[in-house]
Write a protein that binds this ligand. Sequence first.
Ligand code: F3S
Length: 716
Amino acid sequence: MTPEIIIAKSAGFCFGVQRAVDLALETAREGKCFTVGPIVHNQSVMTYLAEQGVGYVDDWQDAPPAATLIVRSHGLGRDVWQAIHARQGKTVDATCPCVAKMHKLAAQCEQSGRTLLIIGSRNHPEVRGVVGWCNNHFIAENEVELAEFLKNISQEQSITMMAQATTVRAIWEKCVKTLKKDCTNVEIFDTICGATDARQRETVELAVSCDCMVVVGDRASANTEKLVKLSQQSCDNVVWVENAAQWPCGHTTGKKRIGVTAGASTPDRSIEEVVTVMTEEMKSGTNMNEGFEALLEQTFKTLSTGDRVVATVVGITPTEVQLELGTKHAGYIPIGEISNDPNAKPEDLFTVGQEVEVFVVHVSDNEGVVLCSRKKIETLAHYDVVHDAVKEDVVLEGIVIEENAGGVVVSVNGVRVFVPASLSGVPRETPLSSIMKQKVNLCILEYNGDRRRFVGSIRAAKNLVRDAAFAKVWETLKVGDAVEGEVKSLTKYGAFVDLGGIDGLLHVSEMSWSHVRTPEEFCKVGDVLKVRVIKMNEETKKISLSVKDPAQDPWRNFTEACTVDDIVKVKIVRFAPFGAFAEIMPHVTGLIHISEIAHEHLKSPADALAIEQEVEARILHIDHEKRKISLSIRATLEPPVPVKIDEDSSLDEVVASADSDGTVDVPQDVAEAVEEVIETVEVAEVIEEIVEAVEEAEVAEVAAEIAEAAEETNEE
Ligand code: F3S
């Protein structure tokens, strides 16, 4: 009859150990690091961690001064804790939260002057760490040792008692009873962790109901040893194995129900391997005394480091992917080897039953375990891609994984490419660390065969990407296209707008049909504008843009509505030294030259006009090409009425009657008298001559002549 195998749900890594292992692997990705003491009491896990760059030192002082140290889940005493934090190197704290809580209780105990009593293994690192936080302490391994201790102290002594997290509950309960019986001033903290409680309870339940108990875990693991002892209390047949290779062949024979449990430091993989061997044995119905070993032997010979094999995914956990390699090996890909993408999760990349090609990193003959890598397969596949890109205008994508004195290292799907600082595209004043862990584009400049090193340039890739984007946009754009773009910068004369890899200039005159004085009046950096391409210069590769809609062109409206000689109502909008600008209709203005504002001479347009004033003006001229309009107010005004002078007129009145162009209404004989002079002298002199002539004539006669002449003609 085939026996039933029941695996304890709580078997294997506890939360605290899993957390510590994960933290160590994560830390190792940044560089070599060390744990203070072995992170777990499990050789296969330690071997794997060492392969990933997590070493360990028994004494923290053995580590290099600048090395990163990891405090394992067992925690540390206060002195060591403070000493390693005072070092130059970084410290990563993986102390299990349950243990950290005990450190706090121990420190409080010391502060309040109480005696700390801890129930646990005297030499266990966790216990040594906890007592390191309270000078006045005593360790008892069981109720007998506790009773001995209590004999030597007074009943009133203040005592705080707690338990090593993995203490067997039965021992703890006996100690509680003993303490309560002998002391009156006690504080008791049940610090056995939930994971331990569940594991021990389940182990006892299984041991009671099974005719064979299998405990998987390292011989150095204290909590595994406790599971063995607990199992032995209820089951006569207990097998303690560290791995599948230690399975006593044929031991399943004759069993009805086999329970399997494992210590907190035993990885799932080890449990699975043992169960696989047991299952295989049951399937074959053989004792396998010789068969199993022979089978293993054969299997070990078929796989070697460096092999590439196709495997089937049989299990996925947050920390590894388990594989069926088609042999008797148990294959697995640890989390750090599943992908070159550091953010990849096993469940996103793999499904149970999926076939994947893997690279054999390490074959462990003792344990029948094969460490595989999917990352290396990816890297090998991409090596050729990177090699082919040398000196080609090819842009590859990678992640910056390291910073060193000369530059950075970029991982292109696992292939390491060195990028010198000068080619990193990072400005001089900015640290290279600013691009750490970022995705970047790069070109491959060279491959140094001797140093097996690729050299790349992020800057060259940026230029290539920019040029390609420019060419693409230039190719697709044409004059008249309406596009959207983001304002990148402003200058005195306009705004540069990014059209998706190429900038165009939106000149200030193209920002509105109205007058815009500065680009800032219209837009700011970051604005997204709808623009129209109005010019593309093939030679200079410059693009001119406009936001003005031709359908709304106010000039067209003007020319359809007005023509030369029309009299239009205009509004004065601004002055210039040479005249005034007047708005004829929205966005259409014309110039009234200063000489066209009034009949009389003006020094400034403001002498006769005001901003916002509405006046009538005649359109004198329209320049369609330059879109300019000349206006005249004077042309709409009546000519000035001549000043009449008579015999009583003073000389000033006569002079004042002169027009702005220097003419004056005078009798015929006076006019004839000055005619000759007029022909030969300048206008100002003419006026003087006129004055002289008038002075020489009899004023009464002049007045009479003027009156007569005025009757005859009213001409200028
Ligand atoms: Fe922590 Fe308990 Fe494990 S104390 S390390 S969770 S056994």
